[in-house]
Design a protein around this ligand. Sequence first.
Ligand code: SAM
Length: 278
Amino acid sequence: MAQIDSLPPLREVIDTHGLSAKKALGQNFLLDLNLTSRIARLAGDLTQCDVLEIGPGPGGLTRGLLACGARRVLAVEKDARCLPALAEIEAAYPGRLSVLNEDALDLDPLEHLTPPIRICANLPYNVGTELLVRWLTPAQWPAVWTSLTLMFQKEVAERITAKPGTKAYGRLAILAQWRCDARIEMILPPQAFSPAPKVSSAVVHLTALPQPRFPADPKVLNNVVAMAFNQRRKMLRSALKSLRPDIEDVLNGAGILPTRRAETLSLEEFCTLARAVA
Ligand code: SAM
């Protein structure tokens, strides 16, 4: 396997800095630098971009991103034990890596970057979905980022890319596909990580669309979708009853049979319904 840089192998980095994995921080590390470089390449051409990475850990993906030519990487890591290992990477790539020892939920790291911005991360599973939802629901669209290349548990990746009529189809699919092209690019078995998690993982690549696929007020759409899927087994006329007393008329007016269930509605139909509700 080709060496991607002159820094020590990741196993050695972990031993040197005593980075035993902490479950509470979702620490499942990638130790194969060829694999992390492949993931970095899925993020596209990084040479003119600032890249945000959440949770660099010992720096496997960080090194992949820098070796792939990222203009600048901002890495936000909650675990202070990782800082010395990340400082070695900073020194090997002068002026191109900044590390923030923070909880990614407590700050808006996008404020520290210059567009165009791409986000690429092997996310900690306990905050991954929350971060994704935040990135998909900024105050203004287009968002400041142009793409997200994110590792999730495979089941979450399937929810992001799910199509109507499937069990995985729900709020996450609507949120993601309304404003992005989303596809699963890579599936990784548990053994790709150290320690191995219980389930497989997948890398999802989301490219921001210049404008949402169909017009709708984001708050209303979010509300309708959340209510509809909260009681996904119920017919829409019951699931959405508390939204408006005349919901049956609203559904009929939008050309949607009130007896249908949330998982049968296409993204376009949800947007039509959100406009009718608004
Ligand atoms: N990027 C590394 C890799 O691919 O090997 C580590 C990925 S590991 C799945 C997730 C990382 O996120 C860990 O390093 C963990 O300490 C960090 N982390 C967990 N919660 C975090 C949070 N709220 N904010 C920032 N980093 C967090």
